[in-house]
Write a protein that binds this ligand. Structure first.
Ligand code: DLL
Length: 435
């Protein structure tokens, strides 16, 4: 039994009570402490003192990434700077960074939230947690680190990179739980295999708490098989805390939201209307007890759904489905909406190709041309032209049947797709004037 089971198995009405009490305080703190929220609540005619039930929250206006960016660096702080112990930032590759600030209590809660993933994997003081998410402004490294400490693990702060050294440490220190992006875990596994090792036998890993990017079920199965581990998907984002907002348990049937700290709604991204459980839409998050950087109805742009019903594990915290991707990752290929992860799902049914791929977008006249470049599986003979063309054609046909999209498939030379130590870049958009 994990340390936190009591809160994780509380009757849902009691969790809702915690949420409503916390949210009442959060909206008032935001209104009284952050000029942005005062303006936005007033403009929407939302009275922060009149919240009685969770449903009332739907009357509050949304906050967007742009709003957070416009308040850079300290405009969204709800506490004096003296009370802030740590700052993280989103990567800011598409514009100004967004800032997440933490009080001492926020850090403690963060650790407890990530620790739930370790505890779901039955992890604790007997475990060695190998953290190879990047440390620094990215929330992955330190979030998982605090999780390891909170769960009582012996925690190794590897950070990302120096893959051969990671492999040495994994073996020599007897690491049992690995925390990194799924693409980096795959890179570690493939590198170990190339070095002549069998990670299943030569490593002592038994679980991975992997996230920060979408990965398909087939990718997960491949990874579990190569490393001999159970992979639990972890979700989070800088704007609401970092990793640990929701994590899968051993059932691997959706990610349990840390509902005592986050209230999740799913909305129709077009109309903003709240959708019932089971329907896919955009995830909107309100923090229940965040002190330094609370958010009220933050539009994550991530697409998921609330899974109806209770998990077989018996825990009562509601679950979100594994993420398909973000509204802004969605490709519109000749009018058809697809996520890169759906292309990956189809591609991974072919054993002749590996997990390393990119999707390139180009424009020819007024047409978008989409090319899937994928490396062959290690036992596939790349120089066998006829076989290569056959597999390319078969994947192309499968994509057409499954997703109704015309994608050109190209099997490219082994190791020609850049490996990533953090989040993999799966889409390269070469269309002029777009993005
Ligand atoms: O990626 C926090 C994190 C670190 C989560 C380590 C899990 C593990 P950001 O850099 O702010 O924070 O990026 C947040 O990444 O809005 C999603 O689009 C995507 N994302 C995060 N976790 C998952 C996941 C961290 N499990 C953005 N599946 C989010 C799919 C994910 N996408």
């Amino acid at each position: 039994m994990g340390r936190q089971e009591q809160i994780l198995t509380k009757p849902h009405e009691e969790i809702e009570q915690i949420q409503i009490e916390g949210i009442k305080q959060t909206v008032v703190n935001c209104y009284e402490g952050i000029p942005f929220y005062r303006k936005s609540f007033d403009a929407a005619g939302f009275d922060p003192y009149a919240i009685e039930s969770i449903e009332d929250l739907a009357k509050a206006p949304f906050v967007t990434k742009q709003d957070l960016r416009d308040s850079y660096p300290y405009g969204m702080l709800a506490v004096p700077l003296e009370d802030v112990r740590e700052i993280h930032m989103s990567s800011g590759t598409t514009g100004v960074a967004t800032v997440g600030a933490y009080t001492a209590r926020d850090i403690e809660i963060w650790g407890d939230c990530f620790a739930r993933g370790i505890e779901y994997a039955d992890g604790g003081p007997k475990d060695i947690a190998h953290i190879c998410y990047g440390y620094g402004l990215f929330t992955g490294g330190l979030g998982a680190h605090y999780g390891g400490i909170s769960a009582g693990c012996t925690t190794i702060p590897m950070s990302a990179g120096q893959t051969e050294r990671q492999i040495r440490v994994l073996r020599e220190m007897g690491s049992s739980i690995i925390c990194c992006t799924p693409s980096y875990a795959m890179h570690i596994a493939d590198t170990a295999i190339e070095m002549g090792l069998d990670p299943k036998k030569d490593f002592t890993l038994r679980a991975g708490i992997l996230g920060a990017e979408p990965f398909s079920d087939a990718f997960r199965a491949d990874l579990e098989n190569k490393l001999g581990i159970k992979v639990l998907d972890v979700y989070g984002l800088t704007e609401t805390m970092g990793p640990g907002v929701a994590i899968e348990c051993m059932e691997q049937d959706g990610l349990h939201i840390a509902e005592d700290h986050f209230y999740c709604e799913i909305i129709d991204p077009e109309t903003g209307k709240v959708l019932p459980d089971g329907e896919w839409g955009e995830l909107v998050i309100t923090t229940v007890d965040r002190e330094a950087s609370p958010v009220v109805r933050y539009r994550t742009r991530d697409i998921t759904r609330i899974l109806p019903g209770q998990c077989a594990c018996g825990r009562t915290h509601r679950r979100i489905d594994r993420l398909h991707g973000r509204t802004d990752d969605m490709l519109v290929i000749r009018g058809v909406n697809v996520f890169p992860s759906q292309i990956e799902d189809v591609m991974k049914t072919f054993t002749q190709v590996s997990s390393w791929y990119v999707i390139e977008l180009a424009r020819k006249g007024s047409m978008d041309v989409v090319t899937l470049k994928v490396e062959p599986a290690p036992d596939f003979d790349f120089d066998e032209i006829a076989a290569l063309e056959r597999v390319q054609g078969a994947i192309q046909a499968a994509l057409k049947t499954a997703l109704s999209v015309a994608v050109k498939v190209q099997i490219v030379e082994p190791k020609s797709i850049p490996r990533s130590e953090g989040k993999a870049k799966r889409v390269i958009d070469n269309r002029e004037g777009i993005r």
